[in-house]
Design a protein around this ligand. Structure first.
Ligand SMILES: Nc1nc2c(ncn2[C@@H]2O[C@H](COP(=O)(O)OP(=O)(O)OP(=O)(O)O)[C@@H](O)[C@H]2O)c(=O)[nH]1
Ligand SMILES: [Mg+2]
Length: 229
């Protein structure tokens, strides 16, 4: 027989139940040191850097492609695309006539500051003054690994449903700009974009939140403004 609990029980992991906690802390601290170094290098070269985090398929590459089209007349743009295995995203971006590099992270679910340092050095040699970084599609891991970017963006789409932001607040706290993408799909999904904006602001009241449709090119200028570009 299946018994239904009046209220679901929540089991939380205590710190000593989380494996490799010291190792993990070392990684995180080492990454933060490298991210600081990256930031100093970017500032020395006068390069602005934006890190796009967000779930798989939320529209990060599509948004970057739109931004490249709007910004390539004003900036010398370069793109670093992170993915576990393929070069599809860098290939998509390079069709817009800007230098783009792919980083394959294998089994890692986020980019890290040393990888970005290596890639950004190549772009600096190309003379870029704006680097757009697409992080690996994931709403958890990238939050803990800053890359040295001046702005961090988190992209979610309405097709992920109404609970996504409420469940993954940490990544919203780590970002300065939130993007709710695929607004053209809101009606089909029966999702209220205003509620998603509210959820993002509940997670991080200091955040600027922009609603976009990368497919239709809507909200892209608002995103440029939110990014102060
Ligand atoms: N309807 C609709 N589709 C979109 C929109 N933005 C992106 N898509 C589609 O969603 C799919 C995923 O978009 P991508 O830009 O590749 O998403 P991504 O976040 O870069 O995905 P990963 O790199 O795999 O994590 C593609 O089929 C896009 O055409 C949008 O605003 N509306
Ligand atoms: Mg992508």
């Amino acid at each position: 027989m299946v018994s239904i609990l009046p209220k679901p029980m929540i089991i939380k992991a205590d710190e000593d139940e989380v494996l490799d906690i010291e190792l993990e802390e070392d990684f995180i601290k080492a990454n933060e040191r490298m991210a600081d170094l990256n930031r100093r290098t970017f500032d020395r070269y006068g390069v602005k850097v934006v890190d796009f985090m967000g779930s798989i398929g939320s529209g990060k590459t599509s948004i970057i492609e739109r931004l490249v089209e709007v910004l390539k007349g004003r900036y010398k743009v370069g793109v670093i695309a992170g993915d576990t295995t393929t070069a599809i995203d860098a290939e998509r971006v390079s069709r817009h006539g800007v230098p783009s590099l792919q980083i394959n992270t294998g089994r890692e679910c986020h980019l890290d500051a040393p990888l970005v340092r290596k890639a950004s050095k190549k772009l600096l040699r190309e003379g870029v003054n704006l680097i757009l970084i697409e992080n690996v599609g994931n709403l958890i891991c990238p939050a803990e690994f800053p890359l040295g970017a001046h702005k961090r963006v988190v992209v979610v789409s309405v097709t992920e449903g109404e609970y996504m932001i409420k469940k993954k607040q940490d990544i919203f706290r780590a970002a300065q700009v939130g993007v709710i993408n695929k607004k053209d799909m809101a009606g089909y999904m029966d999702v209220d974009t205003n509620q998603l904006v509210k959820d993002a602001l509940d997670a991080n009241p200091k955040m600027k939140v922009v609603v976009t449709s990368a497919k239709k090119g809507e909200g892209i200028n608002e995103l440029v403004n939110a990014l102060e570009l």
